[in-house]
Design a protein around this ligand. Structure first.
Ligand SMILES: *[C@@H]1O[C@H](CO)[C@@H](O)[C@H](O)[C@H]1NC(C)=O
Ligand SMILES: *[C@@H]1O[C@H](CO)[C@@H](O)[C@H](O)[C@H]1NC(C)=O
Length: 235
């Protein structure tokens, strides 16, 4: 009795799959008969520069701890799950068994932060709160490396804002409204010192600049009273 072995379900042409950075993707590969167990199989990726096909391993290299075989209890299902995708993961993947192989072309869609050319101007009032918007043009994507929000100091240096320390304590909060590509910052209990230049920074995805003006209530009221006086003088 000779086992029929595994023949891969072929897609005629290479299968194209698009995925988003920061997310995961399932690369499908399975035997025509899901009950067959292939004697040998491998997943490889073509190196973009050398064009060589390199074995994918979860033990080391680029895919360390990011790849997993998920067969859903079918021995003939050789599908590969890749998580925490980066732009580097784009390219040709080859699933091979003895006698046949398939090619999957993976395209990665990354995050580009909405950029306003010039800093976006926002005005708020002391004691209130303000949302500094920052998001990827495609909200399904996530920046690979989000460096966080920065504040420009009087010495023109970008200083990182960490919500745990100093003047930022508890008043600064990242709010994403369930979209991983939304990196907006909510500042509450505004003080006049919060006014200034802010930058939402992401390596490889660009940045968003915001110029925040915080107007004091006293200033606001005096301006109001002055306009009242002018009104009464002119009438
Ligand atoms: C292979 O397993 C994955 C993960 O469980 C599942 O999503 C996929 O549908 C399976 N493919 C087939 C052809 O059964
Ligand atoms: C980002 O999240 C905030 C807070 O939930 C929300 O107000 C804002 O509209 C979101 N921005 C986008 C572009 O979805």
């Amino acid at each position: 009795c000779v086992s029929a072995g595994c023949t891969l379900v072929n897609h005629e042409r290479a299968l194209g799959i698009t995925a988003h950075t920061g997310r995961s993707v399932l690369l499908p590969c399975y035997c025509t008969d899901l009950h067959t167990t292939p004697e040998r199989f491998s997943w490889k990726k073509e190196n973009r520069h050398t064009k060589r096909r390199e074995k994918i391993s979860s033990g080391s290299g680029q895919y360390r701890d990011r790849v997993q075989l998920v067969n859903g209890h079918s021995p003939g299902n050789l599908s590969l799950l890749i998580s925490h995708l980066t732009e580097e993961d784009g390219g040709d993947y080859i699933c091979a068994v003895k006698g046949s192989h398939i090619i999957i072309k993976l395209t990665l869609q990354g995050c580009t932060l909405v950029n306003h050319e010039r800093p976006l101007r926002i005005t708020a009032h002391t004691g209130g709160s303000v949302l500094l918007p920052c998001y990827c043009t495609d909200l399904h994507t996530t920046p690979e490396i989000f460096s966080g929000w920065k504040y420009k100091t009087v010495t023109n240096m970008w200083e990182e804002i960490s919500s745990g320390s100093g003047q930022y304590r508890d008043r600064f909060q990242l709010v994403n409204g369930h979209s991983p590509g939304n990196l907006s910052l909510l500042i509450s209990h505004l003080t006049e010192e919060d006014g200034g230049d802010y930058r939402c920074d992401s390596k490889g995805s660009g940045y968003t600049d915001i110029r925040l003006t915080v107007e004091g209530k006293t200033l606001f009221i005096s301006a109001f009273l002055r306009s009242m006086c002018l009104d009464s003088l002119t009438s």
